[in-house]
Ligand binder design. Structure first.
Ligand code: SAM
Length: 329
C-alpha cells in the first residue's frame, strides 16, 4: 500500500532525472549558451539510483519514470533500465525522451525491460522544430517514434508544449494525427520553469482554448479513460480516432488534488512539488552510509511535506526555481 500525504493522496510515482545534460536547448527550457551543469561527482551514480528505487518500491512507489535532461545521453542507460526492471514489486518503468537518439536505443531499451516512452515534439514543421529545440531534427525524432512503436514501447505518447506565437497555429494539425493508429498526443501548458519564465504571461494557451479550436475543426471530443499512466492528463478522442488526445493544464486547471508523485533531481534532491523550490537532500545521507530505514524516513518526510497545491497561476513561483532539465520534467 502506498504512503499517503497530509491531504490523503496516495504517493505511488517517482520521476527520476538521471542527468541534467541535454542534446537539445529548447527555447522554453534551457538557454542556448552558458548552461552550467551539475559536476559529475554530484550526480547520483547508477548503483545509488537502483538502491533508491528498491527502497521506494517497498514503500508502495511502484511507478518509476526516467527523465532528465535527456536520459538517453547518459552512458549506460540501458544497463540502468535492465537493473531497475529486476526490482521485485516495480509495476511500471517508463521514460520521457526528446526522441533524438531513440532510433538507436528503442530496441535495446525494450529488451532491457522499459515498458513505454513519452516523446517530446512541439511542431510538425522541420524548420520550426530546429528553431524550438535549437539542436534537434524532426525527421530523426519521427524515426525514433517509429522505432519505439516497433520495439513495443507503447503507447508512445507525444508531449507537445503549446506556446502562443510559437506553435499554437499547429494544434489542429497535431490533434489530427490522433485519427491514425498509434498516435497519442498530449498538449501541455507552458510552465514558468527554467526559460519558460519568459512565456509565463503571454505564452500560456489555456487548454480550454486548444480544445475549442480542435473541436471546431475536427469534431466533438469525447472524454476517455487512459489505460496507461497515472498522470495529470485528461484524455479525449476525436470522432473516429484511433489514438487519444490529452491535456495537461498545470496553469489554468491545476490537478494538485490528484498529485501522486515525487521527483528526484539528478543531484539527489527530492522535490515534493514541481512548482516549489523546497527540496530535501537525499544524496548526503546516502553517501554517509544511511541504512534503508533512514532513507525511507527521508522519503516519508518528503511525502508529508507535499503542499496542498501550487500557485502558478498567481505567479508566485520563486525566481530561483530550477529548470525542468534538472528537476526531471
Ligand atoms: N529530454 C526529455 C524530453 O525532452 O522529453 C525529458 C526532459 S524534458 C525537461 C520533459 C518535458 O518537460 C518535455 O516534454 C518538455 O517539453 C517539458 N518542458 C520543459 N520545460 C517546460 C516548461 N517550461 N513548461 C512546460 N513543459 C516543459
Amino acid at each position: 500500500m502506498p504512503y499517503r500525504d497530509s491531504f490523503d493522496r496516495p504517493i505511488e510515482y517517482l520521476r527520476i532525472s538521471v542527468t541534467d545534460r541535454c542534446n537539445f536547448r529548447c527555447v522554453y527550457c534551457m538557454p542556448e549558451e552558458g548552461v552550467s551543469f551539475i559536476p559529475h561527482e554530484e550526480v547520483l551514480r547508477y548503483e545509488e539510483i537502483i538502491r533508491i528505487v528498491r527502497v521506494v518500491v517497498e514503500m508502495g512507489i511502484t511507478h518509476i519514470r526516467l527523465t532528465g535532461g535527456e536520459p538517453l545521453v547518459r552512458d549506460g542507460i540501458v544497463d540502468l533500465v535492465a537493473e531497475l526492471e529486476k526490482i521485485p514489486g516495480l509495476d511500471d518503468l517508463a521514460m520521457t525522451t526528446n526522441g533524438m537518439l531513440l532510433e538507436r536505443f528503442a530496441e535495446p531499451l525494450a529488451k532491457a525491460g522499459l515498458r513505454r516512452v513519452n516523446i517530446s515534439m512541439d511542431t510538425l514543421k522541420p524548420e520550426r522544430f530546429h528553431k524550438i529545440t535549437r539542436l534537434g531534427s524532426l525527421e530523426q525524432v519521427l524515426k525514433g517514434r517509429e522505432a519505439a512503436i516497433k520495439a513495443g514501447l507503447c503507447p508512445a505518447k507525444v508531449n507537445t508544449v503549446v506556446i502562443r506565437g510559437l506553435n499554437d497555429d499547429e494544434v489542429v494539425d497535431l490533434a489530427r494525427l490522433t485519427l491514425q493508429p498509434d498516435w497519442h498526443l498530449r498538449f501541455i501548458e507552458v510552465m514558468p520553469l527554467g526559460e519558460g519564465i519568459h512565456w509565463a504571461d503571454d505564452g500560456v494557451v489555456p487548454s480550454t482554448e486548444i480544445r475549442a479550436k480542435v473541436e471546431a475543426a475536427l469534431g466533438k471530443l469525447t472524454p476517455v479513460h487512459s489505460s496507461s499512466g497515472i498522470g495529470p492528463a485528461r484524455y479525449y478522442q476525436l470522432p473516429g480516432a484511433q489514438g487519444t488526445l490529452g491535456f495537461i493544464s498545470a496553469i489554468t486547471e491545476h490537478f494538485c488534488y490528484a498529485c501522486n508523485r515525487l521527483r528526484l533531481t539528478s543531484n539527489g534532491r527530492i522535490l515534493p512539488c514541481l512548482m516549489s523550490n523546497h527540496s530535501i537532500d537525499l544524496r548526503t545521507p546516502l553517501r554517509e552510509g544511511a541504512d534503508d530505514e533512514a532513507l525511507r524516513e527521508i522519503f516519508k518526510k518528503a511525502i508529508l511535506s507535499k503542499p496542498r497545491e501550487h500557485h502558478l497561476a498567481e505567479h508566485t513561483v520563486p525566481e530561483c526555481m530550477l529548470p525542468m532539465s534538472c528537476i526531471g520534467g
